[in-house]
Write a new protein. Sequence first.
Length: 146
Amino acid sequence: MARWPLQTKARAGTVKLVDDYRTAASLDLGQLYRARPKQIKAPSIWIDSIVENTDAFTVEESQRLVRVTLRNVWRKYDTGDAVDQRDRYVDGFYGHVTDNYHAFGPNTLVSWIGVTDDPDWTPDWIPGDTESYFLTEITLEGTAST
């Protein structure tokens, strides 16, 4: 059994952060997935990856750092409406993450690391899907010490 299930908590905490924010802000962000979806339907949000680094100080003490990458597909093109929706979401979600810095658990700190747009993104894991989409990637970072 894991000492502290940080990756489990990070995935669940990220989904809760997005779901709570979209409900509070009354935003239509489409589907929310815990992992990559089988097909892309804009708008939608999913956790694309989780990466972890760990520093072990002793057998019983360590610090874990986990980065969660969210992908947000807005529309097929970066139209004015799509970028307006993206800007409202990013600005508001940033504040929501900042206000909920223990979202991955009581012994954790969650930070907003970065945001990047890709106006011509194509999913590489869906055979035959050659559509390009306007996508925003958000990276959150969580730390926990034992």
